[in-house]
Design a protein around this ligand. Structure first.
Ligand code: FES
Length: 104
């Protein structure tokens, strides 16, 4: 599937924060940076099955709430132990005050 999915309002996410978004049996994390850029990754940490939306956003890094592993959410890259597998990232666009992601 290649369609854009309407995920939330742009203002549903505070600057430098993240929310959980579930769709079609998958769970995603959608991020807003301090300078109002939006990104999306897999919702679950690649270490254990914990929702990254419960973690802490610092600049363009998400810190997992369970063991404090860190990812760059703009690329999905795993930055610090215990995480070593990257997150998948998904295209995001903001239009008319809505955030869309493409999961396909
Ligand atoms: Fe995320 Fe362990 S579950 S670092």
């Amino acid at each position: 599937e290649d369609a854009w999915i309407d995920a939330c309002a742009a203002d549903d996410i505070d600057p430098e924060d993240v929310i959980r978004f579930d769709h079609g049996g998958a769970t995603f994390a959608i991020y807003r940076t301090g300078d109002d850029r939006y990104f999306a990754t897999d919702g679950l940490c690649t270490h254990e099955f914990v929702h990254l939306a419960d973690g802490l956003v610092m600049d363009t890094v998400i810190e997992c709430p369970l063991h404090n592993g860190r990812f760059d959410f703009t690329t999905g890259e795993a930055l610090s132990p215990p995480v070593c597998a990257a997150l998948r990232t998904f295209p995001v666009k903001v239009e008319g005050g809505r955030v869309y992601l493409r999961a396909g």
